[in-house]
Design a protein around this ligand. Structure first.
Ligand SMILES: [Zn+2]
Length: 74
């Protein structure tokens, strides 16, 4: 999924951004977050590549935003 296709931050409406960092072994650590840090999801373990990290984080972000939006309307 492309970054521009991800749901926006429920708080400020900004597009989330990946904050990923490879370590010296080449494993990728990090998360996906609102640029203002309203919401963020983190990898629970290192990913083998940036693409894999993005693939794991996208559904977590979608779930988090969905949950936040549901709580807002309750
Ligand atoms: Zn935000």
């Amino acid at each position: 999924m492309k970054q521009s296709e991800l749901p926006r931050c429920p708080e400020c409406g900004n597009m989330p951004e990946y904050a990923l960092k490879p370590n010296h072994m080449g494993w990728v650590w990090g998360g996906l977050k609102c640029p203002y840090d309203h919401y963020r999801v983190n990898l629970n373990g290192p990913a083998g590549s940036r693409a894999q990290a993005e693939k794991r984080l996208a559904p977590q972000w979608i779930e988090l935003v969905g949950k936040a939006n549901r709580e807002k309307t309750e």
